[in-house]
Design a protein around this ligand. Structure first.
Ligand code: GLC
Ligand code: CA
Length: 553
């Protein structure tokens, strides 16, 4: 018998407390508000919530600049509210992952304040300093165009400090054992409060050693210390790493199954977008063929969009320019010379068929799917907002004031709600309206989540690409516990008829599970199938025909 590995069955939903639901009318989402929406998430079929940083913070980088790792930002509620939230989530069978942001702190963190003002402070060595400005200070910026340097002079310390990200985010010195002990303490604290694990922010930067004494290198083994600690404190807790690295580095992150549990599949993400742009299956096929095998207990996390830009940095220059042309042609849609700061529906010009095709891929590609708040209703973006804030507008619940997000005056919201154009909350891009419409994206998403949960093979099984003989059609089969599911996706806008080669499988019948429309039922033993433009179909292979439940559309 195999272990349960809950994260392979999970449907993860990521959200930012501050933009989800305001409960007290101050214009800022909060924990009581989020707790009141847990029934909604449970109803949608979500099994795990990933919370973006909610710790005390000057909030210059959406909470990724932390001043206290052991607390809740007062704007979002209290630690007591957090515990109530965890309890309510557990009651509904929903697990909670939180962001572990320990590559850097805020420059306002008391550790940095002590470090800069007193050379003898034990905190001085929590950070990375240099007397001279290092020669490579103008290299390796994560936010080119916004961030000028990776070393900044601190007038108080009279030294330069290292920061991989914005200058108000000094990097922690993880070669200092006291810092490492602190990181474990932080993890231990939140595990004790009931979280099921961590999304590890900026993992590749966390483990890079950047000293002033020429000491450099990658500390992959350190990731094993996290896992040791985690599994002794809470056996089923996991680490989900943000590690946008080439495939040949991946086994260092997974180790032998004793480092990171899951890694976001950034390469697959970029290749899905290339495949959508080119209307061709090839980028997905190439990417999957290049994907290394991973340890049994490990897992990929699949996503389409997240809270950052769509990072296309790992595509060739030509391919990246092509995706830009198709999905983000204007300069204001692009950012950091590598990405697109839009949500998915505007990128696809609001085409419902193409949107559903994209999400259908996300629900079926091998790994665990991660949906972002608002994706279930097709929320848009606000390009007038700074940098990545364009994709971080408040959740749209209703067609009433402030989209039901908050009772505050309109100009008192943490960020403006989208109230104009095709993605306005008044224009059916809200939960309440879509709930009433059987053809809405929201109701489709709920059906897709249900179908995905009925097919654990997509998350757990071995996966094989099936030849379709058609350049636009991607088909794959996932097998687990002797059962096989198949998904077929037409990336092009034109209808087609294909023949699936299922000779490797002992299948007497393909039973429909989900599709973009009600197709003609397949003849017994037939593998010739029709697909509309942007059509998709999920099947279960059966060697004994039975009436499988079918959810069409
Ligand atoms: C990660 C986060 C991003 C943040 C950065 C610095 O990349 O996803 O939002 O700005 O880390 O913490
Ligand atoms: Ca509030």
């Amino acid at each position: 018998m195999q272990p349960d590995w809950w994260y392979k069955r999970a449907c993860i939903y990521s959200l930012d407390v501050e933009t989800f639901q305001d409960s007290n009318g101050d214009g800022i989402g909060d924990f009581p508000g989020l707790t009141s929406r847990l029934d909604y998430l449970a109803g949608l079929g979500i099994t795990c919530v990933w919370l973006l940083p909610f710790y005390p913070s000057p909030n210059r980088d959406n909470g990724y600049d932390i001043t206290d790792y052991y607390g809740v930002d007062a704007r979002l509620g209290t630690l007591g509210d957090f515990v109530e939230f965890i309890h309510a989530a557990q009651e509904r069978g929903i697990r909670v992952l939180i962001d572990l942001v320990v590559n850097h702190t805020s420059d306002q963190h008391p550790w940095f304040q002590a470090a800069r003002s007193n050379p003898d402070s034990p905190y001085r060595d929590y950070y990375i300093w240099s007397k001279e400005k290092p020669a490579d200070a103008d290299q390796g910026m994560v936010f080119p165009g916004v961030q000028e340097s990776t070393w900044t002079y601190d007038t108080e310390a009279q030294l330069f400090y290292f920061h991989r990200f914005y200058k108000y985010q000094p990097d922690l010195n993880i070669s200092n054992p006291a810092v490492r002990a602190e990181i474990m303490r932080i993890m231990g604290f939140w595990l004790e409060l009931g979280v099921s694990g961590f999304r590890v922010d900026a993992a590749p930067f966390l483990i890079e050693m950047k000293g002033t004494d020429g000491q450099q290198g990658d500390m992959y083994e350190y990731l094993g210390e996290f896992d040791d600690f985690l599994t002794w404190r809470r056996g089923d807790a996991i680490m989900l790493a943000e590690a946008n690295v080439p495939f040949d580095k991946i086994d260092q992150y997974f180790g032998e199954g004793h480092r990171m549990t899951m890694i976001f599949n950034f390469l697959l993400n970029q290749n899905i977008f290339l495949a959508l742009a080119r209307q061709s299956a090839q980028p997905i096929i190439d990417c999957m063929q290049a994907t290394p095998g991973i340890p049994k207990s490990c897992q990929w996390a699949n996503f389409l969009r997240n809270h950052d830009e769509l990072d296309l940095g790992r595509l060739s220059e030509k391919d990246r320019q092509f995706v830009f042309e198709q999905f983000g042609p204007k300069e204001t849609m692009q950012i950091y010379n590598r990405g697109i700061r839009r949500r998915l529906p505007p990128m696809l010009a609001g085409d419902q068929r193409r949107l559903r095709l994209a999400y259908s891929l996300m629900w079926t590609l091998p790994g665990t799917p991660v949906l972002r708040y608002g994706e279930e209703i097709g929320m848009g973006d606000d390009l007038s907002l700074d940098q990545r804030n364009s994709v971080r507008t408040p959740m749209q619940w209703t067609d009433t004031k402030n989209a039901g997000f908050s009772d505050a005056p309109r100009d008192g919201l943490v960020r403006p709600v989208i109230d104009a154009g095709p993605y306005s909350y008044a224009n059916e891009v809200n939960v309440a309206d879509q709930r009433r419409d059987p053809d809405s994206l929201f109701n489709w998403m709920e059906r897709a989540i249900r179908a995905r949960k009925e097919c654990p093979e997509f998350g757990r099984g071995g996966c094989a690409i099936i030849d379709t003989g058609h350049p636009a059609v991607f088909a794959h089969a996932c097998t687990w516990n002797s059962r096989t599911v198949v998904a077929v996706h037409n990336l092009a806008d034109k209808d087609c008829t294909i023949t699936l080669d299922l000779s490797d499988y002992n299948a007497r019948q393909l039973n429909d599970l989900l599709g973009d429309k009600q197709y003609r039922k397949l003849e017994h033993n037939s593998t010739t199938l029709e697909l509309e433009g942007y059509g998709y179909r999920w099947f279960r292979l059966d060697d004994h025909p039975h009436s499988a439940p079918s959810h069409n559309q």
